[in-house]
Ligand binder design. Structure first.
Ligand code: GLN
Length: 310
């Protein structure tokens, strides 16, 4: 095993001086207020060791990274039937794009763009109340991370509701095609609360452990999902986890990863480590500028890309 304590400390020091930090998301007002100088990294290895540097214990809005946990829960609820309503192809379009929904009859390309996650949320809502679905998601993430301090930031959820015109349009459009069963306002209420989960890199890396470990949470020893399902979620993270930047992420980093507009990225080195990075400045595709660079350097120094020979 490489000297991970030294590697995370070096990367955090390098990122502190990085000149080009990208642009903090503006369209959700509380996110626009986050200090662009922040950078955090956390690695949890297969043997349970944790390596944290920079702002790795500071909470941030996980945003679209929640789509991974929502998909995992929804697959547990309805199984592979889910794939009748959501595709498994990269979209090549921005996270909030509507264009493909017209020719594809309201079936989103994949679960990691907004349209796909809104359908996944509709499934999670099932016949229940929004409050229950939000509570279920929060409990799930807390259990995955083994940390009851994880919370949902209501101010972020409210701000998203007030500014979420494109998500509202996506949801109505899909409901028009019959691919949304519950009322738009209820589905989006749950969706925005998932996106407003606040977690640190350490908490996020812990929550992702099941994806490095064949679906098993190493802390509890319980299977969160089957090995086959964990493999498929990783495949979707690699091909779709960064929207129209997924190819570039695979090219530069070569790990399954999911980004969020809050500047976080959860990445998985199967069998080796669960990794979270955070820096709020984004590149032009809405993915963390320094988060991507930090992962690129990590993989370069460890040989952890899934395309490196084992
Ligand atoms: N809550 C955000 C939205 O719906 C999530 C998008 C993202 O993280 N890319 O617009």
């Amino acid at each position: 095993m490489p000297d991970l304590a030294a590697i995370v400390a070096d990367i955090a020091a390098e990122m502190a001086d990085a000149p080009d930090r990208g642009t903090v998301a503006q369209y959700i007002p509380p996110l626009a207020a986050v200090d662009p100088k922040r950078f955090g990294i956390a690695i949890v290895t297969d043997d349970g060791r944790e390596y944290v540097a920079g702002d790795g214990d500071m909470g941030f809005s996980i945003q679209s990274i929640s789509k991974v946990f929502a998909l995992t829960l929804a697959l547990g609820a309805v199984g592979d039937q889910l794939w009748q309503r959501v595709g498994v192809e990269p979209s090549g379009t921005p996270f909030n794009s509507i264009v493909q929904l017209e020719s594809e009859h309201g079936i989103p390309r994949n679960p990691f763009i907004n349209a796909g996650a809104i359908v996944v949320t509709d499934i999670l809502l099932g016949r229940g109340e929004p409050r229950e679905a939000i509570g279920e998601m929060l409990r799930f993430v807390r259990t995955l991370a083994g940390d009851d301090a994880i919370y949902i930031d209501d101010a972020v959820a409210r701000a998203e509701l007030e500014t979420g015109h494109r998500n509202i349009a996506l949801a109505h459009y899909m409901r028009g095609f019959g691919n949304l069963n519950r009322e738009v306002a209820r589905v989006l209420g749950v969706y925005f609360h998932h996106c407003a989960l606040t977690m640190s890199c350490r908490q996020l890396a812990r929550a992702g452990r099941y994806l490095m470990d064949g679906g098993r949470n190493p802390e509890t020893g319980h299977n969160v999902v089957s090995a086959r399902r964990a493999r498929r979620i990783n495949a979707l993270m690699l091909t779709c986890g960064h929207y129209d930047g997924s190819g570039e992420f695979a090219f530069r980093v070569g790990l399954p990863g999911k980004s969020g507009v809050g500047g976080g990225i959860l990445a998985v080195a199967p069998g080796i480590a669960s990794i979270a990075v955070w820096s709020p400045g984004l590149n032009e595709r809405g993915n963390s500028q320094l988060g991507t660079l930090a992962l690129e350097r990590l993989v370069h120094r460890t040989g952890w890309s899934i395309f490196d020979p084992r």
